[in-house]
Write a protein that binds this ligand. Structure first.
Ligand code: CR1
Length: 755
């Protein structure tokens, strides 16, 4: 067992109470690394490889302590010496190896795979700076490199290394491993991150994220999603992707041989789940390796590969469905472009009349999703609605050809991180009320027995208040901002994108601001919190951030309004911030334009932590509503059929909505004098014009309904008995969204791992 006091004296020659948080962090990291060292890695015959450009794993200390069973003990021990685990964890730098939902999903999946005792590793890249660090200056998003690497670290360098042949040079990789621990599991898996020793970060121009994009040897693993608005950027992304999948494929084959494969039977030993299209080049790469290094005929290599690869689609947004010019792939790796052309020929001769399923189109552009669907054995969507849209619309021709390949796997979240570690207060409440069986099966329905119990509802309310105070303290300590813990906490946290409609919430804020100025004072003060990054090349998303930051400043300055309304944009939103924000939320904003959000997973995290959802009929919101019933969720807006129809028939006219008497003043406020005084004319005017004349993601179409539902939610908040009962019902039905359930489905229907 761990004796922290002794460790402190041994390592730092002083009592624990005198150690800094970083020193304690170091002691605990060594301890956890030691404990996990003792666990054997899974080694059953058939193994899953979850290949992904992103793994948004978050900080690992608390989670690993929890999974190993030391969490309570360590927390108590620290408290005895006047220390707090939360503050110790602030010394840990969060790895920024992901960007959004698909990356966080990969991390939840690794936790569940390991918890279920399945043999499966994650494979990706060890980006030195990951995604940029967001800072706000002059109410605008600015970019800083995020230096998350350094000592002490969870990464362990392995002996494993492969040669990756590019057109005009070969690069030799290094492999770093992070142990992945399961909840109360005696075996472990690993996250395998490939890197290149010649990448050092020295070529970054000081304090920016600019660098020479052509110097592949020095830049290959610097950043996640380097700017791809020019050809160099495009090529760099292809270099990264090929480096990732070539290493992954060589690792998979080598490990299978070690476990007894003769290569011809490779598909009995390995199954590869590719997370979106970024790892699709693993298909031609496996074919290359099998034919050139293992003496297998081309057609047999194609069949072996097809039996191994499964594809998950995470979006229908065309900008995110990757397409690469054939000549760009040729520039990076001509062997691979040749193989893709051969595969394309096979498809063209079989489906000559279906141009929409051809891998290479008439402009010599390669459609990565098409490659993945033809040459994998499985394609899945991530919520029921999303999968239906894939089958009926986006991938309809493919569904006609291969109906048996398609299935749905509704996303999930790990309860270890998003309930047990993030919300220990709610966790002990649940333990008291319904016992601890849910730790294993995620079934929280027994809580419904307390639905009408006022004492229980009061406890729930007290926990939420406690979490609001914790959020307030955290924001004050780490960001120097103040919020009112007695206000309604209303949160939208996710990447900034027009389809997610942060701009619609901003328009509501304008409505509320005007309404308060008219003298309509909210019964309880309201705090609306945003968090999220915008892609550097996405201009309108930057403008939306600017609008929200300007509104925040305007309201803060207005003494008539600021006692009742606060708008806060949390800088550099990441997993760690989410762990503070979500437990404190009363209201979860899930307001994407119907059909556009494939699933969402934030929606599930908020629900599990007792927030009520304001939701459009999109992604997994639809399934939340099915579970909790219409009276326990606030749904509004056009349904996806209507939206799809509007796009198909070019039927949306933003001007029609703009001209409405309730809408026009709200939109025009963006360029009003008080706003122009605070903000930048160019940004605000561009956004104003965009919403007025284009509004491609239809923020205005649902605005009036949105305002009405928001007013209703705030009104309901005043009716405490009703509110906390709804909150309890949401928690009780969240079990379905455990990622353990999702992984069981992947395993039974796609992976078929032993165990
Ligand atoms: C989707 O936008 C979904 C996650 C995980 C995102 C989100 O709705 O919950 O994937 N897609 O499945 C994505 O990041 C590039 O696409």
């Amino acid at each position: 067992m761990l004796n922290l006091q002794n460790q402190a004296r041994e390592t730092f020659n002083k009592p624990l109470a005198d150690c800094s948080n970083s020193e304690i962090y170091k002691i605990l990291l060594d301890f956890v690394q030691n404990e996990s060292q003792k666990l054997p890695v899974n080694d059953s015959k058939r193994k899953l490889y979850y290949v992904s450009a992103e793994f948004l794993i978050g900080k690992l200390l608390t989670n690993n302590l929890l999974n190993l069973g030391f969490y309570d003990e360590v927390k108590e021990e620290l408290e005895k010496h006047g220390k707090s685990l939360d503050e110790v964890e602030e010394a840990e730098h969060e790895p920024s190896l992901g960007n959004g939902g698909l990356g966080r999903l990969a991390a939840c999946f690794l936790d569940s795979i390991t918890t279920l005792g399945l043999n499966g590793d994650g494979v990706g890249l060890n980006y030195h700076f990951g995604l940029f660090r967001q800072v706000f200056e002059e109410n605008k998003q600015k970019y800083k490199p995020d230096e998350w690497l350094g000592e002490p670290t969870w990464l362990k360098k392995s002996e494993i290394s492969f040669n990756v042949p590019f057109k005009s040079f070969t690069l030799t990789s290094s492999l770093y491993d992070i142990s992945v621990l399961g909840y109360q599991q005696k075996t472990k898996n690993r996250l395998r991150l490939f890197d290149l020793e010649s990448v050092t970060g020295d070529i970054i121009h000081k304090d920016s994220i600019d660098f020479d994009k052509t110097n592949i040897k020095e830049n290959l693993t610097l950043f996640l999603y380097p700017d791809d608005s020019d050809r160099e950027g495009n090529l760099l992304r292809i270099y990264q992707q090929y480096f990732m999948v070539s290493n992954a494929a060589q690792l998979i084959i080598a490990e299978a041989i070690e476990r007894g494969s003769n290569v011809k039977d490779l598909a009995d030993y390995a199954v590869i789940q590719i997370n979106d299209t970024h790892p699709t080049l693993i298909i031609p790469e496996l074919i290359r390796l099998l034919t050139t290094e293992h003496d297998i005929e081309f057609s047999e290599a194609v069949e072996i590969t097809r039996n191994m690869v499964a594809f998950t689609n995470h979006t229908i947004l065309s900008e995110a469905l990757e397409k690469w010019p054939l000549e760009d792939i040729e520039e990076v790796t001509p062997i691979i472009s040749e193989i893709i052309e051969q595969l394309d020929q096979m498809i063209k001769s079989e489906f000559s009349n279906y141009p929409k399923v051809h891998i290479i189109d008439d402009n010599d552009v390669i459609h990565m999703a098409r490659l993945a669907i033809h040459f994998g054995f499985s394609t899945n969507g991530v919520s029921e609605l999303h999968t239906e849209i894939l089958k009926d619309i986006e991938l309809h021709d493919f569904y006609k050809i291969y109906p048996e390949k398609f299935s749905n796997k509704t996303n999930g979240i790990t309860f270890r991180r998003w309930l047990m570690a993030a919300n220990p207060e709610l966790t002990s409440f649940l333990n008291q009320k319904i016992g601890t069986k849910w730790h294993k099966d995620a079934d929280l329905k027994a809580l419904l027995d307390y639905q009408k119990d006022e004492e229980t509802l009061d406890e729930l309310k007290a926990i939420k208040h406690d979490r609001k105070v914790q959020l307030k303290n955290h924001l004050e300590r780490t960001k120097g901002v103040k919020i009112n813990p007695n206000s309604i906490i209303d949160i939208q946290i996710k990447r900034i994108h027009e389809y997610k409609r942060q701009q619609m919430l901003a328009l509501y804020i304008i409505y509320k601001y005007m309404d308060i100025k008219k003298g309509n004072i909210p019964a309880t003060p309201i705090t609306i919190i945003f968090g999220g990054k915008a892609a550097p090349a996405y201009t309108i998303a930057q403008d939306i951030i600017h609008l929200i930051l300007c509104l925040s400043e305007l309201i803060d300055q207005d003494e008539q309004v600021n006692p009742y309304l606060k708008v806060l944009f949390v800088e550099n939103y990441n997993v760690g911030e989410a762990e503070y924000l979500i437990p404190a939320a009363n209201i979860s904003e899930q307001i994407s334009l119907a059909s556009k959000e494939a699933s969402g997973t934030g929606n599930m995290k908020f629900m599990l932590n007792g927030a009520l959802t304001i939701a459009t009929f999109d992604g997994a919101n639809v399934e939340i509503e099915e579970l909790v019933g219409n009276e326990n969720i606030y749904t509004f807006g056009r349904i996806s059929e209507e939206i799809v129809d509007l796009y198909e028939n070019d039927g949306y006219d933003s001007m029609y909505y703009y001209k409405k008497a309730t809408i026009k003043p709200l939109v025009d406020f963006i360029v009003s004098d008080p706003m122009l005084e605070i903000g930048n004319k160019e940004n605000l005017e561009r956004l104003h014009n965009d919403i007025k004349y284009k509004d491609y993601f239809m923020a205005l179409i649902d605005l009036i309904e949105f305002i009405a539902i928001k007013e209703k939610v705030y009104e309901d908040y005043e009716n405490e008995k009703v509110w906390w009962e709804k909150s309890l019902v949401n928690i009780a039905h969240a079990g379905f969204f455990s990622s353990d359930r999702t992984i069981e489905e992947y395993n039974h229907e796609i992976w078929h791992l032993d165990n």
